[in-house]
Design a protein around this ligand. Structure first.
Ligand SMILES: *Cc1c(COP(=O)(O)O)cnc(C)c1O
Length: 388
């Protein structure tokens, strides 16, 4: 039996050597590599500033701080995401105004976002720790789910109309384009992440892009314990964090970014191998790429099962064949701490919940071979048949 990993980083000897080279210097943090990584990343995305941090979550949190969102404010976002996109708001006691998602892409539904911007009171959670009747809607935080950009022209139009800051969570969409423009560049802030299962990795890591000089300077200070330019090691202008990306991670980031196009192309090939084998498989829907998505950046490969298929049984059967699968995503509003804090219930966001019930990520990475994809698909075919 083969054992197929859920995901694998795409690492070369040159990548490993780049990290080793840093370890042969005394400078393991706050050195030249993080600066070079930021410059390379800004050049790649065309952004004025890139601010490297030690996770995508940290990056989102700094954007929330830089955007001036504070306790009691509201921000429109999606319950169909990785929890970090909402958590970054909750860290500052900003209340997420969830709106449901597009059933095809799983991305924030722009019509509902427009309605929520018009009538925020209608979208308040049924219970909140503080009185939100007079809370101000300040931002919108779309997520480019699974590597497909959200409907960013409509979302930015809503933001412009209502004076909202856009924080684009592009942690799953590095390199994707929407109508020819790069994901992460649509709002005031864009955030990317480099956990090992992402399109490129630095181990842990993330980066923020923005064209705003003031915000960039503030975020650089906040990631470094609140030290403003001119502050000494023990003087702190702001309440800050240690969100710094170290030199080893930055060196790996430079090396990985230089191969990004090639790595994205490999992932696209693996996705195509899956599509050709799974398209006709009964009970399975494969990802749909919208025409506005001028480039998909494959993060995970998520299929949707027919509602009657028992996902847990399928997972158990596939496990015995060395094939892991994962439910993707479990809706944010139904996570225990969200239910406790805001009183959400099953049924609140039906599309999100339907996608959450039927979505399954299959093993995926840029280093998968066609034989491995074939093995996964054959196992899926057999076990779906056995369950039917
Ligand atoms: C990966 C990811 C993040 C950031 O994750 P970290 O593990 O903190 O780097 C944020 N949002 C989404 C949607 C993600 O997929």
């Amino acid at each position: 039996m083969q054992k197929i990993p859920m995901s694998s980083p795409d690492l070369t000897e040159a990548d490993r050597q780049a990290v080793m080279d840093v370890l042969n210097t005394p400078m393991l943090s706050l050195g030249p590599k993080v600066i070079a990584f930021e410059q390379a990343f800004a050049a790649y995305t065309g952004a004025k500033h890139a601010i490297a941090v030690n996770s995508g979550t940290a990056g989102l949190h700094l954007c929330v701080r830089a955007a001036g969102l504070t306790a009691g404010d509201l921000a429109i976002t999606s319950p169909f995401s990785f929890v970090a996109s909402s958590n970054a708001l909750l860290f500052e006691n900003v209340t997420p105004l969830f709106v449901d998602v597009d059933p095809v892409t799983g991305n924030l539904d722009p019509q509902q976002a427009a309605d929520a911007a018009q009538n925020p009171a209608r979208y308040l959670p049924r219970r909140a720790p503080t009185d939100l009747r007079h809370a101000a809607l300040k931002a919108i935080l779309p997520v480019d789910v699974f590597g497909q950009p959200a409907e960013l022209d409509k979302i930015t139009a809503v933001a412009r109309q209502h004076g909202l800051t856009v924080i684009e969570d592009s942690c799953e969409a590095l390199g994707a384009t929407y109508r020819g423009k790069m994901a992460g560049t649509f709002g005031e802030y864009g955030v990317f992440a480099f956990y090992p299962n992402k399109q490129m990795t630095t181990g842990e890591g993330g980066i923020i892009i923005t064209d705003d000089d003031r915000a960039a300077a503030l975020m650089r200070a906040l990631r470094n314990q609140g030290r403003a330019p001119g502050d000494t090691w023990l003087s702190h202008t702001y309440l800050g964090y240690n969100y710094r990306l170290d030199e080893m991670s930055s060196a790996l980031g430079i090396a990985q970014l230089s191969r990004l196009e090639q790595m994205l192309a490999k992932r696209e090939q693996v996705a195509a191998w899956y599509a050709s084998r799974l398209a006709e498989l009964p009970g399975v829907e494969i990802p749909v790429i919208r025409p506005e998505t001028t480039r998909m950046s494959w993060f995970v490969y998520v299929i949707r099962l027919q509602a009657k298929i028992d996902r847990a049984s399928l997972a158990k059967r596939l496990e015995t064949r060395g094939v892991p699968i994962r439910p993707y995503f479990l809706p944010i509003h139904l996570q225990p701490y969200m239910v406790e804090r805001f009183g959400y219930r099953a049924g609140d966001f039906p599309v999100t919940e339907d996608l959450g019930r039927r979505g399954v990520a299959v093993p995926f990475s840029g280093v998968m071979s066609e034989a491995q994809v074939e093995y996964v698909c054959a196992a899926l075919r057999d076990e779906l048949l056995a369950l039917a």
